[in-house]
Design a protein around this ligand. Structure first.
Ligand code: PNS
Length: 156
């Protein structure tokens, strides 16, 4: 599975999802809650945007879970968590989570290095740029762009 906040899904996430989907027969992309991050989109909206972004990937399903990632893995017999690594800055926290998840539930984590052209992307930066009127059209799938633009409209 590919877990994440996906608030919202970016082209960086899509890169990792596509590559994970090519490695396994089935891939679940699941929206989980990161207690350290305040959300812009609801879980339902994030799932809808993910469904749209993954529409061309027949072996990918979208799910969500409020709880520990390892509990989801246990309940659904998930053998491997796939995570993208953008740069060395991601590594320390991702390694810690991978080691913790292995200790808690014996589940493995596979790290995929993101493509260099999306290595600078993050949902937080995308939200910030969109909020102040910057152009994020090359950074996110079309449906996400439309949703971000709609959010900027007065009264939205
Ligand atoms: O996209 P993110 O924010 O980097 O994803 C982080 C996420 C949601 C995968 C992580 O916060 C998570 O696993 N949340 C569920 C709660 C949990 O299991 N926490 C303990 C992690 S060791």
């Amino acid at each position: 599975m590919c877990p994440g906040s996906f608030d919202p899904v970016t082209n960086g996430h899509v890169d990792v999802i596509e590559r994970a989907a090519a490695l396994y027969d089935e891939l679940v992309v699941a929206v989980l809650v990161n207690p350290g991050k305040a959300g812009l989109f609801s879980i339902a909206e994030r799932m809808e945007l993910l469904r749209d972004a993954c529409a061309e990937l027949p072996n990918v399903t979208i799910d969500s879970f409020e709880g520990l990632l390892v509990d989801y893995c246990r309940e659904h017999d998930v053998p491997v968590i796939v995570k993208g690594l953008r740069a060395v800055g991601d590594f320390e926290y991702e390694l810690q989570m991978a080691q913790m998840n292995r200790e808690l539930a014996d589940v493995e984590t596979l790290f995929v290095p993101t493509a260099p052209q999306v290595g600078h992307l993050s949902s937080s930066l995308v939200k910030q740029i969109a909020r102040f009127g910057g152009d994020v059209s090359r950074l996110v799938p079309k449906a996400v762009l439309d949703r971000l633009l709609a959010q900027r409209e007065p009264g939205a």
